[in-house]
Structure formats: structure tokens, C-alpha cells
Design a protein around this ligand. Structure first.
Ligand code: NAP
Length: 286
């Protein structure tokens, strides 16, 4: 029986990146749906649930993508709401690469050493990648501060993370370089999770920093999030610090993405969201 992946994408044209990755990961048939809205999901999922017998449902699965992460999250809720009893298929959420990117970055940061009880800062952490990374670090016992250019935005994101992930993350405002430097005081690790093309930590700040040990950057578009870094760095040691650039993290992210797709076809009841993808990524890194 052939492995059929349904690709639900909130964008009009479903992501080519996600489609190629699905094929590379072993999906034999890809059914692509673009411009999907949450209210349309139930009927699409029913098509996957009722065509194959229960023992064969593991050969059908759903991938949710699209640049709008909030729509992706709403679609995931609808997919899960359509299931009943054994009538279900496995599903993965990776809208805009948020889960695979965040988990890959966090696994890299944690590989530098035990961060539990230590302080990590997720700079410009209000986007989908930063939010998930902050939550996963907090779940790993790290004292996390999440920053935004505005304190109100940082606060509301931290509140939402408390509700969604049950973790405490401290909000901070970093409207300028001075505020960023202040928030990094005493920090052991930093993740630059800002929008593409925005430098958040200058080289002259991180190089002499007395406590920073791990720096990660998910922005691959120059200028990079960490000044003086190279995108391909994957554990580069400089001045007692270990640095990960966006491509260094991205190569691992691709492995995680492919492994997730393969796992969808191993059973019919996998739900791969941030926490589950993190477990899988941590296992891959061992
Ligand atoms: P995002 O939502 O585009 O941006 C994250 C945050 O950056 C925003 O919430 C905003 O925070 C801050 N920001 C925007 N413009 C800024 C500026 N001029 N100065 C300072 N801060 C600014 O990011 P995302 O989608 O979570 O992605 C994070 C990074 O990961 C991006 O660089 C993206 O390209 C990269 N990414 C890589 C992959 C991959 O596969 N390798 C996948 C997804 C994302 P405030 O408004 O709260 O300050």
C-alpha cells in the first residue's frame, strides 16, 4: 500500500520546499492543497480517514504548512477534532518551518552543556520560531528570558507560552543595543530568533562576554543575527563560546523534518507538534 501524504498549506501555492522534503522522506504520493482554511480541514481529513481500513491508516498522513503559523495551529486543532476512536491518521505541524527550526536550534544549544538552572535569552523571540524555542528551553529547566522591541509584546507572548506549554518565561524589552547588552548580563546562552536580515548581537558584545557559552542564530539572510558569525558554523569554538549559524542549524533541521515525515507512516496516531518534534530531534542528535 502506498504512503500518501496530504499537504495542507494556508498559502495559495503549497510550499515546494515541504513537497520536496516529503518526497525525500519517503512519501510516495503527495496530495497538495493550497489556500486551505481551518473550516475546510474536517472534510479533507475525512477523505483520508474513511478510505483505508484501520490497520492500513498508518499509510495515510497529514502535513500542515504555510507561512501563517496561527492558521497552521488552527488547522491542527481541526485535524485532531475530526478524529474519533481508531479512525485517525498521523499529523505533523511545521508551518513556516517553525517547529523543526526551533527544535533544531534548541538541540544544538543544549549540546554545548547542561543549561538547566542557567540563563538563556531568546532575542526577538516573539516570532513562531523564537516562541517555540523559548518554551522548549524552559521545559528543559533553563531560566529563559524572551525579548521584543516592546515590553507589552514580550509580556503577551510569555503569557501565551504559559498557557500553551505550561512554562514560565520572563519578558524583556530590547529596543536598542544597550538594552540587549543589559539583558545578556549573566546569560549562558543566547538564541537570535529575529526576522531575516536583522543583527541582534554585535561581535564586540559577544566576543568578550564573560558568561556566554552558546550562541545560536536562525537568520540566514545577511546581515546575520549574530555579528561576525558565519551561517555554516556548526559548533565553532571561539573565545570559550560555541557558535551555531543558520545553515549549521538548518542542516540538522532538514534531518529532523525528514525523520518526522518518515515517522508519520510508522503508526496512525502520531501528532507531531513542537514537543514531539523536540523529542525526536534530541534522539537524532544522540
Ligand atoms: P519573524 O516572526 O519574522 O520575526 C521574529 C521577530 O523579529 C518579530 O516578532 C519581531 O519582534 C522581530 N523583528 C522584526 N523586525 C525587527 C527589526 N528590524 N529589529 C529587531 N527585531 C525585529 O521570525 P520567525 O518566523 O519566527 O523566524 C525567525 C528567524 O528564523 C528568521 O530569521 C527566519 O528567516 C528564520 N527561519 C529559518 C527557517 C529555516 O528553515 N532555516 C525556518 C523558519 C524561520 P518584535 O516586533 O516583538 O520586536
Amino acid at each position: 500500500m502506498r504512503k500518501v501524504l496530504l499537504q495542507f498549506d494556508s498559502d495559495r501555492a503549497p510550499s515546494v520546499f515541504d513537497a520536496i522534503t516529503a518526497h525525500d522522506a519517503g512519501a510516495e504520493v503527495l496530495l497538495q492543497y493550497g489556500g486551505v482554511r481551518p473550516e475546510e480541514v474536517r472534510d479533507l481529513v475525512y477523505g483520508a480517514m474513511f478510505t483505508r481500513g484501520v490497520p492500513d491508516l498508518k499509510n495515510s498522513a497529514v502535513f500542515i504548512g504555510g507561512t501563517d503559523v496561527a492558521l497552521g495551529e488552527a488547522m491542527l486543532r481541526e485535524v485532531q477534532g475530526a478524529f474519533f476512536g481508531p479512525m485517525r491518521v498521523s499529523v505533523m505541524l511545521d508551518a513556516n518551518g517553525c517547529n523543526t527550526t526551533a527544535t533544531a536550534a534548541v538541540v544544538k544549544m543544549l549540546s554545548v552543556g547542561d543549561l538547566s538552572g542557567k540563563m538563556a535569552v531568546v532575542l526577538a523571540g516573539t516570532g513562531p520560531v523564537g516562541q517555540r524555542a523559548a518554551a522548549l528551553l524552559a521545559k528543559a529547566g533553563v531560566e529563559v528570558t524572551l525579548t521584543s522591541r516592546t515590553l507589552d509584546r514580550a509580556k503577551s507572548v510569555c503569557e501565551a507560552l504559559g498557557e500553551r506549554f505550561g512554562v514560565g518565561v520572563s519578558p524583556a524589552a530590547t529596543p536598542d543595543a544597550g538594552a540587549t547588552q543589559a539583558v545578556l548580563e549573566g546569560a549562558h546562552a543566547v538564541l537570535c530568533a529575529g526576522a531575516a536580515g536583522v543583527t541582534l548581537v554585535e561581535e564586540e558584545v559577544w566576543r568578550p562576554h564573560p558568561t556566554l557559552r552558546a550562541l545560536a542564530d536562525v537568520n540566514a539572510v545577511p546581515p546575520l543575527g549574530v555579528g561576525g558569525i558565519e551561517v555554516t558554523w556548526d559548533g565553532k569554538e571561539i573565545e570559550g563560546k560555541t557558535l551555531f549559524g543558520a545553515i549549521g542549524i538548518g542542516e540538522f533541521k532538514m534531518k529532523v523534518h525528514r525523520r518526522c515525515i518518515a515517522q508519520l507512516f510508522e503508526q496512525s496516531d502520531s501528532v507531531l507538534d513542537a514537543e514531539e518534534i523536540f523529542v525526536l530531534a534530541a534522539g537524532l542528535a544522540e
